[in-house]
Design a protein around this ligand. Structure first.
Ligand code: 5AD
Ligand code: SF4
Length: 477
């Protein structure tokens, strides 16, 4: 078994050197002009990407950049990209295109494109050829090198590319600017070894590598003592945490140790691959003090034939066994899932099995995706006779069925009182605050803003497909 690879302290010290140089350049600019250099990080995609963006933000602040309001107001713009589906890539390319006007107006600005998209060779080539005003292009493996890359772009006035393929390493101790005051992401592992045949992630994020459990525990302790109340552990497949380490601690044990940390907080995790989720994991959630009663368990399809073609390595039967176990042990467990519609070769019968599955499980909510072929993945060269219209029609049927199920589940809450922490300001007319149930369900709450960050009894008055609506009956702590 291979030991996890870390970015060495020496390499990080080299980056600190570049940080100091950029910091000095920015200080000199401020002394001369009376203005501060500003940076903006734009982020697309999953929570892993958000977590990377928080690090990029941290590195930029360390180099003396103040936060810009938006990309048009920034001296450095970094676009942290997503490659999971074509739609995500198209959006990003459109936004990079729009930045050409800013670059013409302010040729000194630095435009950087990073994350999953440029980690694919054909995309990095496209950025090189079709977007000549992009100064800096780097992949997911080069986040820690931002100081060096930016310094080079600033001083050598040439385009900088760092998109080498790599199994990936772990860089510890990088600065993080967390976007929210009470919610935090904690990456416990990076990369993916599963190679689902439709998915680009293993190609752009490298092999699975787990952080040292003590590091994770220290980070969570630090967050809890700094007032973070909602902590989400991140990994492409948290259930294979520790598999890459000699005698490594496994996920259920890590969760147990985190749960033992005293404090007023909720712990969540994502994502769980069903092939590695075990009854032991469910037991840990059931007996924990801090774990949210929610689990995201992407099934992708209800057809064994399609699951095999997807290389998911579980059957519908095995999946449902776990769901039944979970429901038996945690009756109020909120279960959510991802489903891909229109995988190559999916027939009407396969799709019907997916509908049957969702009627059986009755997910609280579902993330549904139309299959999108990704360059270099095995599924992209599979026979795919169904037309886009057929796929779209299936997609709509799935959505309709799930909307009905979600609405019915939500209607079951009407007339109940939930004890909730009123955290967010989510725009919804008539409801100043919002909250999440333990399982992550959105609740719009009619309450004065002064009750933000307090715990209150909320009486649920109505429900929709996506959320519950209630009013505060009694505020507490
Ligand atoms: N096409 C459509 N959906 C995809 N996903 C991953 N790759 C693709 C693809 N090529 C979906 C899966 C995964 C979620 C994050 O995105 O459902 O669980
Ligand atoms: Fe992609 Fe499958 Fe890995 Fe998830 S488990 S990131 S779907 S390859």
């Amino acid at each position: 078994m291979k030991q996890t690879n870390f970015v060495s302290p020496e390499e990080l010290t080299i980056q600190d050197g570049f940080t100091s140089r950029v910091l000095r350049m920015n200080a000199a600019y401020t002394a001369q002009s009376g203005e501060n250099r500003r940076a903006y990080v734009d982020c697309y995609g999953c929570q892993q990407n958000e977590a990377d963006a928080e690090i990029l933000h941290g590195l930029l602040r360390r180099m003396g950049y103040q936060d810009a309001e938006n990309e048009h107001d920034a001296d450095v713009v970094l676009i942290n990209t997503c490659a999971i589906r074509e739609h995500a890539e198209a959006r990003v390319l459109g936004n990079i295109g729009a930045l050409s006007h800013d670059k013409r107006r302010r040729p000194d600005m630095i435009i950087g494109v990073c994350g999953c998209m440029p980690q694919q060779p054909h995309m990095s080539e496209k950025l090189k050829k079709s977007f000549p005003y992009v100064d800096l292009v780097f992949g997911t493996h080069a986040v820690y090198k931002l100081p060096e890359l930016l310094y080079t772009a600033l001083t050598e006035k040439k385009r900088v590319f760092s998109t080498e393929n790599s199994d990936g390493r772990i860089a510890e101790g990088l600065p993080v600017v967390r976007r929210e005051r009470e919610k935090a992401w904690v990456s416990i592992m990076y990369g993916c070894n599963n190679f689902c045949t439709y998915c680009v992630v293993p190609y752009v994020r490298g092999r699975e590598r787990s952080r040292d459990p003590e590091r994770v525990l220290d980070e969570v302790r630090g967050l809890v003592s700094n007032g973070y109340r909602d902590i989400t552990l991140l990994g492409q497949n948290v259930n294979s945490y520790g598999n890459d380490r000699e005698n490594g601690m496994r996920f259920p044990e890590l969760l147990r140790r985190i749960d033992a940390i005293d404090g007023d907080y909720v712990i969540r995790f994502m994502t769980s691959h069903p092939k590695d989720a075990t009854p032991e994991l469910i037991d840990v959630i059931a007996s924990s003090r801090h774990c949210a009663h929610g689990i995201h368990l992407p099934v992708q399809s209800g057809s064994d034939r399609i699951l095999k073609l997807m290389n998911r390595r579980y059957t519908v039967g095995k999946y449902l066994e776990l769901i039944d176990y979970a429901r038996a042990h945690i009756p109020d467990l909120v279960i959510t899932s991802d489903i891909i519609v229109g995988f190559p070769g999916e027939t009407e019968e396969d799709f019907q099995e997916t509908l049957d599955l969702i009627e059986y499980v009755r997910y609280d909510s579902l993330f549904t995706f139309l299959y999108s072929p990704r360059v270099g993945t095995p599924a992209a060269s599979m026979e795919d006779p169904a037309t886009l219209e057929e796929k779209q029609a299936r997609f709509n049927r799935l959505l309709e069925a799930q909307n009905r199920i979600s609405r019915q589940i939500h209607e079951g809450y009407i007339g109940k009182t939930l004890r909730l922490r009123l955290d967010d300001l989510k725009p919804c007319p008539g409801y100043a605050l919002s909250a999440r149930t333990d399982g992550g369900r959105l609740v719009h709450v009619d309450a004065p803003e002064s009750l933000r960050r307090t715990v209150a009894d909320v009486f649920i008055e109505r429900a929709s497909t996506y959320a519950l609506f209630g009013k505060v009956t009694e505020s507490g702590t």
